[in-house]
Ligand binder design. Sequence first.
Ligand code: MTE
Length: 335
Amino acid sequence: MLIKTPKSYHLKESEITPENVFLNRRELLKGMGFLGAGALFATASANANAGWFSKEEATKFKTIPLKYTADANTAKLILTPESKVTTHNNFYEFGAQKNQPAELSQNFEVNPWQLTISGECDNPITLDYDDLTSMFALEERIYRLRCVEAWSMVVPWIGFSLADLLKKVAPNSSAKYVVFETLHDPKQMPGQDDRRLGGGIAYPYVEGLRIDEAMNPLTLMSVGLYGKTLPPQNGAPIRLVVPWKYGFKSIKSIVSIKLVSKQPITTWYKLAPNEYGFYANVNPEHDHPRWSQASERRITSGGLFARNRIETLAFNGYGEQVAHLYKNMNLRKYY
Ligand code: MTE
């Protein structure tokens, strides 16, 4: 039996769940025999979701069950339904409308895949598809995801810490930043050579982190969600998840991770530097030039009358783990 001490980054149910919703769900799980030892895996199993989440089939792409260590808190949390996590997406390579990634990515080939980790390090490596799910012990992390567009979700990701991967390549003392790149393959990703479909951004999609942000234990390389490998619209076969930053930092379908000495020019920064900063830490006190960042719409299973407008938290609620990274920085300047 798996008993894990909750880590400080695990969400507290009181932060995210109206009590009646939480209690209903708990009753439901109990009725299904999932509380007790079985509860550890409850929300990760497709069966446990039946009857609670919408039955709507999101995709025809085949996802494969993953072996991972479950979070002991999992059964207590109200997650964004899987059917919403996999149909309300931003993945401009497959179209800039929220429904398009799920619709246009179902023939995306993720195997074979190569992910190269190179640059300022002693042991550059290339991982293939099987390495992504076998090289590191996988764990489930339930994180809030806050999009810069002011909607948010709670997602049960599966993956491993980016720090574990970077330690393998042994960064040298010139490695100050990490640059990530998405696959560039317009044949498979129609938005990459169709400016209208692809939202007019430059491809390949590029993101970056400072090395200490990349090494923070919260920074996750995700290979799955809801107990299975990632569907293409969520960034198969491997993506980044940086829960204290706006969602655009969490780059999908990564083929290259490079350690570099200078701050990289990232995709959204290049398009509109006054709107999308390099840091992009969730900050309710720093508005986007065109809208407020003080609150967000939490995507839930609720319908039209769901009370899901909530206050946005500094660092998306992960300040305890990451605020020290920005101790002497003016976060209005470095947004
Ligand atoms: N990565 C790539 N390659 N292309 C994208 O368009 N969109 C980003 C991020 N990663 C994006 C991307 C944005 S704006 C967000 S909010 C998240 O992915 C959304 O992740 P989700 O669709 O899994 O919720």
